[in-house]
Design a protein. Structure first.
Length: 381
């Protein structure tokens, strides 16, 4: 099998970043990681470039509704949205959707199955944002995508998901929500708490029933109060809960972001919450770098996760290597996908090669180069 060799000025691995290395790719995998001084052992033609890059694992975005103004309700649209994200360094994503009906969920699960082998990233399945959410904290989610908990409907929702339903967001304070959390957990679905006015005690009760994640911490939830910190307080203090953050410069003030990250960097998960502008429901308008509904409700991000990685890396006290933990390793851990979000010998070669200014230069998915911005895309979609 033909080898390709990447020169790395620095690369993000599990522990500290490694400097001046060669990454040897063989097929879909990383065959070895060697010191740069071993370059003489190889044929010069095996090197992908004479340049040396900052090398990151492909990002894992677990909250993403689409992107690039593409409608994800068709296989072609979903594939194109996947390419938009892959070309910005995301090599694994969950597609987030609102709940319209079991039929719609079933259709979306079918779409993910059909698009999977065509997409230049791992389409990991679906994140269902609803329907058991608090109407007071629904944000931009249409009210007809919400409903009270009906326990007898849960098996139908799970079945409609056809094994593609990986994460569901639930407001833990709703009547019967605790039993719903437990039912989804038993069905193997990861439960996130969000779009919620939960008190800290209600959020903790959600964790008692098996919830392990908070959906976009600080957005779509009861504001923080010193004596009733709500879901924000639970997300920052409860060791059983990881927490998503949107770092697009709009959803969280930089000071809030710094405060959240100081709370528990090891359990924070960077997400894009990237929003498509097609599909049904009110079309959000893009202004000043985020999507908004007509009444000024913030309706998701417009940037891929890489933008958040750059934002986090620029915060005081944070490094790019902290940021990549939040954007790759932590989300993979939340989904229990051990092979993703890390660079290791014998691991998959899902890699982002960046310049010193953190611009994405080249992206490899399973050892295949899928993006190079200065020329035409290498892989034809
Ligand atoms: Zn949301």
């Amino acid at each position: 099998m033909k080898r390709r060799i990447i020169r790395a000025r620095a690369l993000a691995t599990e522990g500290r970043p490694l400097e001046d290395k060669l990454i040897v790719l063989s097929g879909k995998k990383i065959e070895s990681i060697l010191p740069a001084t071993a370059a003489g052992r190889f044929d010069r033609r095996d090197f992908i470039s004479s340049r040396s890059y900052l090398v990151f694992p492909g990002l894992v975005d677990i909250h993403c509704h689409g992107g690039g103004d593409l409608n994800t309700n068709t296989v072609a649209g979903l594939r194109a949205a996947a390419y938009f994200h892959a070309s910005h360094g995301t090599t694994a994503m969950l597609l987030s959707i609102f709940f319209k009906s079991c039929d719609d969920l079933s259709k979306m699960a079918g779409l993910v199955k059909a698009a999977r082998s065509l997409a230049p990233l791992h389409l990991l399945g679906l994140h269902l944002e609803g329907p058991y959410l608090n109407p007071v904290a629904r944000g931009s989610i249409p009210s007809d995508c919400l409903c009270p908990v009906k326990l007898r409907d849960i098996p139908k929702i799970v079945q409609a998901g056809q094994g593609e339903l990986k994460v569901i967001t639930i407001a833990p304070e709703l009547p019967q929500a605790e039993r719903a959390i437990s039912a989804f957990r038993k069905a193997g679905v990861i439960v996130a708490l969000g779009h919620s006015m939960a008190t800290v005690a209600q959020a903790r009760a959600g964790a008692d029933m098996g919830a392990t994640l908070v959906t976009h911490l600080g957005n779509g939830m009861r504001p923080f109060h010193q004596r009733e910190p709500g879901l924000i307080g639970a997300g920052l203090s409860e060791p059983r809960l990881a927490a998503e953050i949107i770092a697009d410069g709009h959803h969280l003030a930089p000071e809030t972001l710094s405060m959240f990250l100081r709370g528990k960097v090891g359990d924070m998960v960077l997400v894009s919450d990237c929003r498509w502008s097609g599909g049904s429901g009110e079309k959000p308008a893009v202004k000043e770098g985020a999507a908004y509904l007509a009444d000024n409700t913030l309706a998701g991000g417009i940037y891929p996760a890489w933008k958040g990685l750059r934002t986090i890396a620029s915060l005081p006290g944070m490094s790019i290597w902290d940021a990549v933990r939040l954007a790759a390793r932590n989300p993979a851990r939340v989904l229990k996908k051990r092979g993703l979000g890390r660079i290791s010998v014998n691991g998959r070669a899902d890699l982002v090669l960046a310049g010193p200014d953190l611009s994405v230069q080249r992206v490899f998915f399973g050892g295949q180069e899928i993006f190079r911005p200065i020329s035409q895309p290498v892989k034809k979609l």
